[in-house]
Design a protein around this ligand. Structure first.
Ligand SMILES: [Fe+2]
Ligand SMILES: [Fe+2]
Length: 197
């Protein structure tokens, strides 16, 4: 596996300057959240840094790459190939950065749609991607505040905002976004019940 600064150098050549800045910001937010929630800081940092390594690939290379890596393209991601940049990114992370830690690779693969049952590293990257300091969209403040309370709450509020955005744009909604939201909401409710006397 490459060292973090070597990864950053390599990544910088693969991404637009804005995307690279977003990646570094996401890494820094991942470090902060990992410290706050007692997760492995190194893994969170690496996953945050490289999560978008496939985001600037052209649309016409995405589907051939899915074929190469054996990634299953469903109905929704077939119509919006950018949704596949997480899964492709996980394969690229292995190939180009020598990463084989399954927690890091899962976090990269699942950062766009989440996944029910995802672990703390995946959850941190998922949220950091929404709230890194460079992000500015309607409702980002609510997600930032939720992230100070619980990861589950931030996941629910983050996906709520994504769903609103997808509906507004008239795009297909990926069922996994809904599944991830329901999982996090259920977990949040269970926690709240536990906390009641
Ligand atoms: Fe992404
Ligand atoms: Fe991102």
């Amino acid at each position: 596996m490459l060292k973090l600064d070597e990864m950053a150098k390599k990544l910088q050549q693969m991404l637009t300057p804005n995307r690279f800045r977003h990646s570094v910001n996401t890494m820094e937010t991942c470090i902060r959240l990992a410290e706050k929630y007692g997760a492995d800081v190194d893994k969170a940092a690496i996953a945050g840094l490289i999560h978008d390594c496939a985001k600037d690939l052209d649309n016409d290379v995405i589907l051939p790459m899915c074929e190469k890596y054996g990634i299953i393209v469903d109905e929704v991601s077939g119509s919006q190939p950018k949704l596949l940049h997480g899964e492709i990114g996980a394969h690229m992370a292995k190939e180009l950065f020598g990463i084989d830690d399954p927690q890091i690779l899962d976090a990269v693969a699942d950062h766009t749609l989440g996944r029910p049952g995802m672990d703390v590293i995946s959850s941190i990257v998922f949220i950091a991607d929404y709230i890194e300091p460079g992000r500015d969209f309607e409702g980002v403040g609510d997600i930032r505040r939720a992230a100070e309370e619980s990861l589950e709450k931030a996941i629910v509020i983050g996906i709520n905002s994504t769903i609103r955005h997808v509906l507004k744009k008239g795009q297909l909604l990926h069922p996994r976004s809904v599944m991830t939201r329901n999982w996090a909401l259920q977990k949040l409710k269970e926690k709240e019940q536990e906390q009641q006397p």
